[in-house]
Design a protein around this ligand. Structure first.
Ligand SMILES: Cc1cc2nc3c(=O)[nH]c(=O)nc-3n(C[C@H](O)[C@H](O)[C@H](O)COP(=O)(O)OP(=O)(O)OC[C@H]3O[C@@H](n4cnc5c(N)ncnc54)[C@H](O)[C@@H]3O)c2cc1C
Ligand SMILES: *[C@@H]1O[C@H](CO)[C@@H](O)[C@H](O)[C@H]1NC(C)=O
Ligand SMILES: *[C@@H]1O[C@H](CO)[C@@H](O)[C@H](O)[C@H]1NC(C)=O
Ligand SMILES: *[C@@H]1O[C@H](CO)[C@@H](O)[C@H](O)[C@H]1NC(C)=O
Ligand SMILES: *[C@@H]1O[C@H](CO)[C@@H](O)[C@H](O)[C@H]1NC(C)=O
Length: 589
């Protein structure tokens, strides 16, 4: 049901931008990623828009509820020679990995089908004596954590966002932040899993195999992009329950270079947010403390809280109007009020129901991850996750580069040089989370990080229309190319624009081992598609007009940008080998 509400009230937007809005309001929670009608189905990610903006069509989707039904679904697809991919209830991966088709695909493509784990999500088997837990692959991370905590144990690593499933999150290498113990990547806490792979007719067309920690195939299967088979069970190692103590230090960004590694070594779960245009850095002092420490705090990260739909829409409206007016200072005003607001609210940390002061101490399960916009209670129809595609609120890119630790400081210095040329140019990312810097330890997973690494996320405005150039897009393209080309960073498998994946196969020392495992377990390439191959093998699509605007290519000619709108292919300002789309007024007039 759609509720049409005339919102005749003014919405005071933080620093006093008054906006009067009329709006169509729909209910939460997020929409189902698979939408079917009598002719077929369409698969979406959580933003409802893939990198290339082309829809993903399949003939159908099945919802197995047991491991045997899951095996049967794989057997059916194998018998019918269909391509198959797993889709989760959340589908929060941004690249088109879960799409079983390719460029030639048509509506209701009979050659491709989906298996959803939405209903295969109930079994969570605690083994408290061995400090492990084994869960159905479709179990949501929040359900897993709550069960683990109730048994007096804690899962040490998790992504910051809880709207993911246990198999979905390990499949793309999802991580939090830590250089301690097994480290910040969740898959490095996996000690076994079961995989359903295609088999011969006499074996019933599909079979379940169990991989334990001694099996070298586990190094392929921990981070597999869904390309080895269907994961049915995942076993994680746990530790005795603990609490965390968190303090944010908002300070000057003068000496980040000297602080980064020290920070990671001193604080088990530390991270760093850098707001370049504000000359501000935020150190997260985040340490494990004994369960007996006083405190019942919650980390309800502000970006993942239920957002008043009107607020999300008005931020989008402001961003759009600043874009259209080429008003960099307008963006800076927004950025400055958001950073001030985050400081005031401690990014959403709550000692009790509200934030009253540092440090905030709470149980690991309440501090490690959040996502209260997934289910506000009592359910409110005027709130949603700020990026919910139905509300036309925030719409942005997420670039995530993973650097070998040894290269990170030089990258940071280059970005600082670019910032110093014109700090206002960085206001666009500071409206989001600036540069979020996190830590991952070396991993044996073939598609994980082979050495201690530093991860940088930055989000920025995406236009409604693919042919609309964006304010300061040359700056983001230069940072993107510095990261992925100059400093050889690896792209997070679940984020990024297509250009980030160019040459990715040469960035992993064990890449060939992954491919060999894939050929062994899925010789017919049932679980591979043109779309997922494009990511895994870092293939560039044809360089069409305007392809650089949305990161489908790196420009080499003006037509890859938008000469008619004044954007031409130019060199980077600090990394001069970069080729970016830059606005030039003189060329227009
Ligand atoms: C708002 C937001 C915040 C985020 N925060 C973080 C963060 O802090 N850290 C981080 O690292 N990442 C983060 N991510 C990325 C997110 O963790 C990953 O995208 C994760 O993979 C999503 O999990 P999912 O359950 O939605 O899986 P999906 O996106 O549905 O699937 C991921 C891949 O795994 C495959 N797959 C899923 N289940 C199975 C299965 N049972 N068997 C075989 N293959 C399977 C799918 O086919 C697909 O290729 C964030 C994403 C969003 C949108
Ligand atoms: C089914 O959905 C597709 C894609 O949105 C659309 O093109 C088609 O017309 C729909 N068919 C019916 C019968 O509604
Ligand atoms: C489906 O597969 C058949 C046989 O391999 C092929 O001829 C056909 O073109 C495929 N259809 C699509 C839409 O890819
Ligand atoms: C779990 O612990 C028991 C003893 O408590 C042991 O017999 C068993 O082998 C362990 N299981 C695993 C999977 O390690
Ligand atoms: C915040 O960080 C700065 C720079 O590292 C440091 O000088 C200052 O003492 C810190 N403040 C607190 C309260 O920890």
């Amino acid at each position: 049901m759609t509720h049409l509400i005339m919102a005749n009230h003014s919405c005071f937007l933080l620093n006093g931008i008054l906006l009067i809005l009329m709006s169509t309001i729909q209910a939460i929670p997020p929409p189902n990623p698979v939408q079917c009608n009598s002719t077929g189905c369409i698969l979406h990610n959580s933003y409802a828009v893939w990198g290339d903006r082309k829809d993903c069509y399949v003939s159908g989707v099945v919802y197995p509820a047991t491991e045997e039904e899951l095996r049967f679904a794989v057997a059916n697809a194998n018998k019918n020679k269909q391509k198959v991919k797993v889709v989760t209830k959340f589908s929060h991966t941004i690249p088109k990995l879960a799409c079983p088709t390719g460029t030639a695909s048509i509506l209701a493509d009979q050659n491709a089908t989906l298996i959803s784990t939405e209903k295969y999500s109930s079994d969570i088997n605690m083994d408290a004596a061995n400090m492990t837990v084994t869960a159905d692959s479709g179990v949501p991370l929040r359900d897993l954590i709550d069960k683990v905590e109730a048994a007096g144990l804690s899962l040490v690593a998790s992504p910051y966002w809880e709207g993911v499933t246990v198999a979905g999150l390990i499949s793309t290498g999802a991580h939090g932040s830590s250089w301690w113990g097994a480290g910040g990547a969740v898959h490095d806490h996996v000690i076994g899993l079961s995989l359903i792979i295609p088999a011969t007719a006499s074996e019933g067309y599909a079979k379940v195999i169990s991989l334990n920690h001694q099996d070298p195939l586990l190094n392929a299967a921990k981070v597999s992009l869904g390309m080895l088979g269907v994961i049915s069970k995942v076993t994680f190692s746990l530790e005795p329950a603990f609490k965390r103590s968190i303090t944010y230090n908002f300070t000057s960004d003068d000496h980040i270079e000297d602080q980064v590694f020290d920070h990671a070594k001193k604080h088990e779960f530390g991270d760093i947010q850098w707001y370049p245009s504000r000359h501000t850095v935020v150190y997260r002092y985040d340490d494990r403390v004994p369960l007996s420490t006083a405190g019942n705090g919650v980390n309800d990260f502000i970006g993942f809280q239920p957002n008043a739909i009107l607020l999300s829409q008005s931020v989008r409206a402001s961003e759009k109007s600043f874009e259209n007016a080429r008003n960099v200072n307008g963006k800076c005003t927004l950025a400055s009020s958001f950073v001030a607001y985050k400081k005031l609210t401690a990014n959403g940390l709550k000692n009790n129901l509200i934030f009253t002061g540092y440090p905030v101490v709470g149980r690991q399960g309440k501090m490690q991850t959040s996502g209260s916009c997934l289910n506000s209670s009592p359910a409110r129809i005027d709130q949603a996750c700020s990026w919910d595609p139905r509300i036309k609120g925030l719409f942005f890119y997420e670039s995530t580069a993973i650097f070998p630790a040894t290269k990170f400081i030089d990258f940071l210095r280059d970005v600082r040089k670019l910032r110093d040329l014109k700090p206002e140019n960085f206001c666009g990312v500071d409206i989001y989370n600036g540069f979020l810097i996190r830590f991952i330890k070396a991993s044996k997973a073939y598609l994980g990080q082979s050495e201690d690494s530093v991860v940088v996320d930055f989000n920025y405005y995406r236009a409604d229309d693919p042919s609309t150039p964006r304010l300061n897009q040359d700056v983001w393209e230069e940072v993107e190319q510095m990261a992925f080309i100059k400093y050889g960073a690896r792209p997070h498998w679940a984020k990024n624009r297509n250009v980030a994946f160019l040459d990715v196969q040469n960035k992993y020392p064990n890449f060939n081992r992954f491919v060999a495992a894939k050929e062994q377990l899925d010789p017919q390439n049932m679980f591979s598609s043109e779309w997922s191959d494009q990511i895994l093998f870092g293939r560039q699509s044809n360089k069409a007009d305007g392809c650089a605007l949305e990161g489908q290519c790196i420009c080499s000619q003006d037509r890859h940008c938008s000469p008619e709108k004044g954007y031409f292919c130019r060199s980077g300002l600090v990394y001069t080998e970069a080729r970016v789309c830059r606005y030039s007024m003189s060329a227009v007039h």
